[in-house]
Design a protein around this ligand. Structure first.
Ligand code: UFG
Length: 323
């Protein structure tokens, strides 16, 4: 049985939907940002908090957990600058509680959701895992701190783990039954699609004076189903007994500017966006594009879906958004 912490959230719920085809799954989520409806009915759902040792012990006592996948985190860069305590509490301290209980119950396989924000403002065009980590906000620091904890737990307690550093997760399940739903929404693709559907007046482009070809920020967008597939491969590697203390980037290796994303949304949907130029948003690096060569070489993972498919799937979800 696999414990998925944060399995009611955007990325966690997509992983659960695919993982239940192969494994028995228990989801733990406190539903502060997650959605109960997003959890596949084949998974066991426990409402509880990963910072609460009692909630965790109950799960480890009740179910034969062989691995833990940890998606439960706060993940807004701007909010982390305003309220770092929340980020260090929920992302670092609560993860320590989870790891402590895992060690107590001798559960030693762990998959951790990390982020491109660990790299800060990289001085390379394509980021690989050897690129220096230098976060520029508490969110990135909180994730990198846990990565350090995992390295130490691996050496001292024999924890086997895989860290997955996501670039820009986007898209929705191809069933259109689950998808992205944040409140407030801050991510580019859902904001553009909401504008095209008329629930927003306009899309603000945060800065067109960056050192990029069209002046807007470049990101590497990765379909949430491709992310889920990488987790399943990493899990299979751990369950096959492979010793692991690895970090992998997950991206497409292709960068798209904010303007290119908006144009692709218009092309896919056939609707014209109402766009305005706005000031830069604090903390945005000009360019974040991943090399995912390491996970291709070691686990055979490669992103399968391009930006048009990402936007097409997100569009079908947003048109009938269920939660
Ligand atoms: N953007 C706009 N207008 C908007 C929203 C976003 O121009 O209304 C721009 C942003 O400035 C940025 C790009 O679109 O240049 C992408 O922004 P998102 O908010 O969609 O994504 P981020 O790249 O800021 O954030 C993502 C993850 C974070 C992670 C970060 C790593 O969501 O969790 O990548 O830098 F920390």
């Amino acid at each position: 049985m696999i414990l998925v912490v944060g399995g009611a959230g955007y990325i966690g719920s997509h992983l659960v939907k695919d993982l239940v085809e192969k494994e028995e799954v228990v989801v733990l989520d406190n539903l502060t940002t997650g959605h109960r409806e997003a959890v596949d009915s084949r998974a066991i759902f426990v409402k509880g908090d990963l910072g609460n040792e009692e909630d965790l012990q109950m799960i480890f006592r009740s179910y034969p957990i062989k691995a833990v996948m940890h998606f439960a985190a706060n993940s807004l860069v701007g909010e982390s600058v305003v309220d770092p305590l929340k980020y260090y509490q929920n992302n670092v301290a609560s993860t320590l509680t989870l790891l402590k209980v895992m060690m107590k119950f001798q559960v030693k396989n762990f998959i951790f959701s990390s982020t491109a924000a660990t790299y800060g403002i990289p001085n390379v065009e394509i980021i690989d895992e050897s690129t220096m980590t230098a976060p520029i906000n508490p969110y990135g620091h909180s994730k990198l701190m846990v990565e350090q904890v995992l390295a130490d737990f691996s050496k001292s307690y024999g924890l086997n783990y895989v860290v997955l550093r996501y670039f820009n997760a986007a898209g929705a399940h191809d069933s259109a039954v689950i998808g992205e739903s944040h409140d407030p929404e801050t991510h580019l693709i859902p904001i553009v699609l909401q504008q095209l559907l008329g629930s927003r007046e306009k899309v603000s482009v945060f800065g067109d004076d960056y050192d990029t070809p069209d002046g807007t920020c470049i990101r590497d967008y990765i379909h949430v189903t491709d992310l889920a597939a990488a987790h399943i491969l990493a899990l299979e590697a751990l369950l096959s007994g492979k010793k692991s203390a690895e970090v992998y980037n997950l991206g497409n290796g292709l960068g798209y500017s904010v303007k290119e994303v908006i144009e692709t949304c218009e092309k896919v949907t056939g609707v014209k966006a109402n766009v305005e130029m706005a000031d830069r948003r604090a903390g945005d690096p000009a360019r974040l594009v991943a090399s995912s060569a390491k996970i291709l070489n070691e686990l055979g993972w490669k992103a399968q879906r391009n930006l048009e498919q990402i936007i097409g799937d997100a569009w079908r979800w947003h048109k009938e958004q269920k939660y």
